[in-house]
Design a protein around this ligand. Structure first.
Ligand SMILES: [Zn+2]
Ligand SMILES: [Zn+2]
Length: 168
């Protein structure tokens, strides 16, 4: 049997059809794979669609082009890492106190920030202990806490009316 007669024979047609069908299925599978992979790596449906388009429009080469440009990480891994970082940050924030103005590290007992001199806490008039803003009484010496001590700079929003100040 010569090559020419093989090509024109029915067997060759069946083989060719089989190969074409296999190529078609492979093309579809690669497109589906690109869709599944892109969905795990990209949030934007536009980019997922674009990835599938590249994989399908350029048969067999497209998926490799997609592989070159796809994000290196799965979204689930990115989210997991973000959560871990947030947990670490929360732990750090809970462990040390920072100045609300300049974010310098400050001790819990500081009355003012040593870096930017922002008033952090009120001192007890009797024992000088640093007081939390919500406390009504000093827990160290039982002295009731005045809303604003005379001489101390009033906190924002608690400035006394001018008439009261002149009468004093
Ligand atoms: Zn400060
Ligand atoms: Zn006190």
């Amino acid at each position: 049997m010569t090559l020419a007669s093989f090509i024109s024979s029915g067997t060759s047609h069946a083989v060719l059809n089989g190969l074409l069908f296999f190529a078609f299925v492979l093309w579809l599978c690669l497109g589906f794979w690109a869709y599944k992979d892109a969905k795990r790596r990209m949030e934007d449906p536009l980019f997922v669609g674009l990835s599938v388009l590249v994989a399908l429009v350029i048969p067999y080469i497209g998926p490799f082009i997609y592989m070159l440009f796809r994000p290196p990480e799965y979204l689930s891994d990115v989210r997991e890492r973000e959560l871990e970082i947030k947990a670490i940050e929360d732990r750090i924030n809970a462990a040390d106190h920072r100045c609300p103005v300049c974010h310098a590290e400050v001790d819990e007992s500081y009355l003012v920030c040593p870096v930017c001199t922002t008033k952090l806490k009120q001192a007890c008039v009797s024992c000088g202990a640093p007081l939390e803003p919500i406390w009504q009484v000093c827990p160290y010496c039982e002295t009731p806490i005045e809303p604003a001590e005379p001489g101390a700079p009033p906190a924002l929003g608690t400035r006394r009316p001018r008439r009261a100040a002149t009468r004093r």
